[in-house]
Each structure stands twice: as structure tokens, then as C-alpha cells.
Design a protein around this ligand. Structure first.
Ligand SMILES: [Zn+2]
Length: 187
């Protein structure tokens, strides 16, 4: 099987991986788990082992709308994210939820594309673009949360706070989105 460079062994960073497949609800096949040929490590496709403090994809997004439904819902919102208005808490909070939902949608989409790319079902450039978009949206959320983290009720971070060093790079910042999305849904 071709190795796809966007999926790395979380332990040894090898791209020489085997995927085990599982039938999905539409009769196709999804990746259930990976095994690293170099070091033997095995992990589930929904895990994000490099960021153990944040929830994995399944924990963060179980019960979330289907990806397509969420895409349509986000498109239906007027004018993209509401302009933040520093003087109005309700408006700011709406703006944050929109940023959060957009970032979460793009995080899930990039993850799905990366998995399908591993099986040859997505083009490398589409996977790369999805990852870029996901990282960009995640940074936007992080930036906003850093700005407001000292304001009571603004950032719902029962886990790792936004100012924690380490969130601020491409892959990790998407794990921040997963943690915040889970926290928001549990409110
Ligand atoms: Zn390995």
C-alpha cells in the first residue's frame, strides 16, 4: 500500500503504515486502525495520540451533526461569522460559536480527507488544502480565545487553557478545537 505522508506513526513518525478496514454504514470501507510497520505501534483512526490532553475525534464529535449537514448549516448562517462587537457579550458569544463550529467542521473534514487520501480516495493537494484551512480556522479561534480568556464566561475551557504553550502550531491547534467543541456541546 502506498504510504501517505500526512499520516505519521505517532511514536516513530514513520509513514510506512498498514491500515485495517471496517465496513461503514453506506457499505463502503473506512479505516479502522493503523499499524506502523517500522515500530509495530497500533492505533485507532479516530485517535490523536500526539495530543493526549485533548479529546480524540470520536470523543469530540460523537453526536455532532453529520459533516454535510453541518456544512449546510454553516453556509446558511447570514454573512459568515457575525462581526464581533466588543461591547456586547451576546454578539461576541455568537461570533465565537460560529468560529468554533467552522473550525470543528474543517477539522473533521481534513481528518476524513486524510484518511480517504491514505486509501487513494482523495488527492494529496485536496488533503493539504483541507489541512491548511482547518489550521487557519483553528488559529482564528485560538487567537480570539487568547484575547478574551480573562473575561468571565467567554472561554469554556475546562481542559487546557488557550494560553498553554504548545497549542500554537498547526496540528496541535486543531486539537484545541476538539477540546473546545466538546466543552461547548457539554454546556
Ligand atoms: Zn512507528
Amino acid at each position: 500500500m502506498l504510504s501517505y505522508p500526512s499520516i505519521l506513526c505517532p511514536d516513530c513518525q514513520s509513514t510506512d503504515l498498514d491500515a485495517s478496514l471496517i465496513e461503514n454504514s453506506s457499505g463502503g470501507q473506512d479505516i479502522d486502525a493503523f499499524t506502523c510497520r517500522a515500530c509495530g505501534m497500533t492505533w485507532k483512526a479516530y485517535e490523536s495520540l500526539r495530543f493526549p490532553s485533548a479529546p480524540d475525534y470520536r470523543t469530540a464529535y460523537t453526536g455532532a451533526p453529520e459533516l454535510l449537514d453541518e456544512e449546510l448549516a454553516l453556509m446558511a448562517l447570514p454573512d459568515g461569522p457575525a462581526k464581533p462587537d466588543a461591547s456586547r457579550l451576546g454578539r461576541r458569544s455568537e461570533h465565537r460559536i460560529h468560529l468554533l463550529r467552522t473550525a470543528a467542521y474543517l477539522d473533521r473534514k481534513a481528518h476524513e480527507l486524510a484518511l480517504s487520501g491514505f486509501l487513494g480516495g482523495s488527492l494529496d493537494q485536496d488533503v493539504d488544502q483541507a489541512k491548511e484551512e482547518a489550521a487557519r480556522a483553528a488559529f482564528e479561534l485560538l487567537k480570539r480565545d487568547l484575547e478574551y480568556m480573562d473575561v468571565e464566561g467567554e472561554v469554556h475551557a475546562p481542559y487546557v487553557p488557550p494560553a498553554q504553550p504548545g497549542w500554537d502550531y498547526k496540528e496541535a491547534v486543531r486539537a484545541y478545537v476538539r477540546q473546545e467543541y466538546k466543552a461547548w456541546r457539554e454546556e
